[in-house]
Design a protein around this ligand. Structure first.
Ligand code: NAD
Length: 319
């Protein structure tokens, strides 16, 4: 299949590494910084993503750009019948969610969202233990370190208009998505977000706590203000006991039941092992004309949880 990648930054490189191990033909790459094309001599370089999509007509385009560009790029590709694999977060506002849902509905192509932690073997194992059930209650923590230097790497980071938020919409999104994957969607939220460590460096929150209730029940704490990165932890109460996941380990009713030793990580360790499996599944679905499960609606669920947390400011809001 003919493939193209938009955005040749940190994660764009990971996508191209995974694609190089798959049976795909990367025909074009796109970035506003044209100096990056030299690294990919096998693909034609474009500074304008619209021109690239119109001229190359790839089967799949990968979107690896800053958050505020995702929605317009997804819609442009879907409207031209090009399948899209979009990095998280799918988008950063309710208006964008609606635009994407409408484009997906009228398109002949399909949209996949890169929520690759759902493909980490330990999370897959935990999901299998639940079967068709949902966890009855849960909590999760994501405690990481992101420095002022990290945010200074690119102008879009740490801004409300371009990143769309801080720790919740960027680093913690994956763990919050797992909570709703295991528990189902709640319909109420109360949350507080704050900037505890980088007040002079970023506009957005580095710390968040949120309680989600109603149709599902879970509690979440996330911070980028730790001295070090800890492994994210998820604790689920089920109808017959508990499941605890810490990174690659899973305990079922307090007994260690599973350890993922596969260790094929693309990019940073914290990205997990899921990118390769998610890409393979998406391309398989496109090839066979089957529905990829993490579509626009599914990728929007965690965005709705995050936007509710931002809107809450200590008051109960609808998700
Ligand atoms: N799934 C994961 O675990 C994971 C990990 C890291 C990053 N990401 C996501 O990937 C996306 C990119 O993050 P990053 O860390 O690679 O950022 P980055 O800043 O390193 O790279 C972004 C790239 O996009 C390019 N770009 C900007 N505007 C463009 C435009 N209009 N057209 C074409 N190219 C443009 C920039 O020049 C840059 O090369 C974000 O959405 C981020 O949240 C996901």
């Amino acid at each position: 299949m003919k493939t193209a990648v938009i955005g040749l930054g940190v994660i764009g490189h990971v996508h191209l590494e995974v694609l190089s191990e798959m049976d795909t033909n990367v025909v074009a790459v796109c970035d506003v910084d044209e100096t990056k094309f030299a690294e990919f001599p096998y693909a034609k370089g474009y500074a304008d993503y619209k021109k690239m999509i119109d001229e190359e007509r790839p089967d799949v385009v990968h979107i690896c750009t800053p958050h505020y560009l995702h929605a317009e790029m997804v819609v442009y590709a879907l409207d031209r019948g090009v399948n899209v694999l979009c990095e998280k977060p799918l988008c950063i506002s309710r208006d964008e969610m609606e635009m994407i849902a409408a484009a997906e509905k009228r398109s002949t192509a399909q949209l996949g969202v890169v929520l690759q932690n759902r493909y980490n073997a330990a999370n897959v194992y935990a999901k299998e233990q639940l079967g068709d059930d949902k966890a009855t209650a849960a909590y999760a923590t994501m405690v990481w370190h992101r420095s002022a230097q990290y945010y200074a790497q690119a102008a879009w980071r740490g801004t409300w208009d371009q990143e769309g938020g801080g720790v919740l919409i960027n680093q913690a999104l994956h763990t919050l998505d797992l909570l709703q994957w295991f528990c189902g969607m709640p319909n109420e939220a109360v949350a507080s977000v704050s900037n505890l460590t980088l007040q002079n460096e970023i506009e957005v929150e580095d710390t968040a706590s949120a309680l989600y209730t109603g149709n599902a029940n879970f509690t979440f704490f996330a911070t980028n203000g730790s001295k070090v990165d800890f492994v994210p932890e998820v604790m689920l109460y089920t109808k017959d006991g508990s499941i605890r996941i810490a990174g690659d380990y899973v305990w079922h009713n307090n007994e260690l039941k599973y350890f993922d030793s596969s260790k094929r990580v693309y990019g940073k360790g914290c990205y997990g092992t899921g990118h390769g499996r998610l890409f393979a599944h998406f391309y398989d679905c496109v090839e066979k004309g089957e529905k990829f499960p993490i579509n626009g609606e599914e990728g929007s669920k965690v965005i709705r949880l995050i936007l509710a947390a931002y809107e809450s400011n200590g008051k109960k809001v609808n998700v």
